[in-house]
Design a protein around this ligand. Structure first.
Ligand SMILES: C[S@@+](CC[C@H](N)C(=O)[O-])C[C@H]1O[C@@H](n2cnc3c(N)ncnc32)[C@H](O)[C@@H]1O
Length: 305
């Protein structure tokens, strides 16, 4: 059996433990129609909805029940068996794609003004030329393009080349991200000096990011729950994604992110996603949720000294 098929078989059952399901009409004692529904969704789409929080599942499921005029989960199960495309609609509806440029601006100001110069100098000193960055759950591209705007000049001036891999589970948002076309209202969060340098108005109130920035970002479909991490990175930005998962899934995903960081690499999480430090991470800023993966020698010191 290939590594890949093995992984696909094992992961979904991590979340299959019997647990109370907070959907009206279902109690932990009844046979659990929600579990059957999530298993069917997984079979049809490969999407592991069990890892998402009950509160999100419940809200989104209620909306789909209304839209398909099903009164109970059992009816909805039957509906999906007759209309398998509904499984994909359920999946897409569970994903929340809210994003914007410079989301939570003080975080990016801190990064740009306080962290970036020292971090780039450090990378230069290590004779590295490429900086590898992973924007996880990138939605329609505003987050990786924000990073590209901030990094482009200071990195180029130092002879460094940033490569940003931006991933999301949803092919729909990735299509929008690849176009790099944004409305005037989406651009209102971009600082004016960046707007002037990096966007061209191609139609009234429709702007495209310049090719020099677009070429820094590579978009790829990737399911953080099920797919292998796409390599090792100097900076991983994973904001407003972990919050949607159950705590057990959050810890597994966090481990995956830490394993994908180079030693000394930075991890940026969303401000509502603070974590307990493990032995491999040190805090860079608790206010802005930046962490650093410790080098082996530093880790040895903190274990023994
Ligand atoms: C709320 S958006 C956050 C966007 C951006 N990081 C930000 O903070 O503005 C969360 C994104 O995570 C994606 N997502 C949800 N589950 C995922 C998974 N299992 N693997 C990869 N991406 C996922 C969603 O499709 C959505 O686009």
């Amino acid at each position: 059996m290939s590594g890949n098929s093995k992984k696909r078989q094992v992961v979904p059952f991590i979340y299959s433990a019997e647990r109370p399901v907070f959907i009206e009409g279902a109690t932990s004692r009844q046979a659990d129609p929600l579990n059957s529904l999530l298993a069917l969704i997984f079979r049809l789409t490969g999407f592991n909805a069990r890892a998402y929080r009950d509160s999100t599942l419940k809200r989104r499921l209620e909306l789909r029940l209304q839209a398909t005029r099903c009164r109970k989960i059992k009816e909805y199960l039957a509906y999906i068996k007759n209309h398998p495309e509904e499984a994909f609609i359920f999946k897409e509806n569970l994903l929340i794609h809210v994003t914007r440029f410079f989301r939570d601006r003080p975080v990016f100001t801190y990064f740009e003004q306080r962290l970036l110069p020292g971090w780039l100098n450090q990378l230069m000193a290590s004779k590295r030329r490429r900086i590898r960055i992973w924007s996880v759950g990138c939605a329609s591209g505003q987050e990786p393009f924000t990073l590209a705007m901030i990094l482009h000049r200071p990195a180029t001036e130092r002879g460094l080349h940033p490569l940003i891999l931006a991933t999301d589970i949803s092919p729909q948002v990735l299509d929008k991200a690849r176009e790099a076309l944004y409305s005037a209202s989406e651009l209102r969060y971009v600082p004016r000096h960046y707007r002037q340098i990096y966007f061209t108005e191609i139609k009234p109130k429709l702007f495209r990011l310049t090719p020099e920035l677009r070429q820094l970002v590579n978009f790829r479909q990737h399911d953080l729950l099920q797919d292998k991490a796409p390599g090792k990175f100097d900076l991983i930005v994973c904001r407003n994604l972990l919050i949607f998962f159950r705590p057990e899934a959050q810890s597994l995903l966090l481990k995956k992110l830490i394993q994908s960081l180079n030693e000394g690499g930075l991890l940026l999480l969303g401000r509502s996603e603070r974590i307990n430090l493990d032995s491999s991470l040190e805090l860079v800023s608790s206010r802005f949720c930046f962490y650093r993966k410790m080098t082996n020698s530093k880790r040895r010191k903190s274990f023994f000294g």
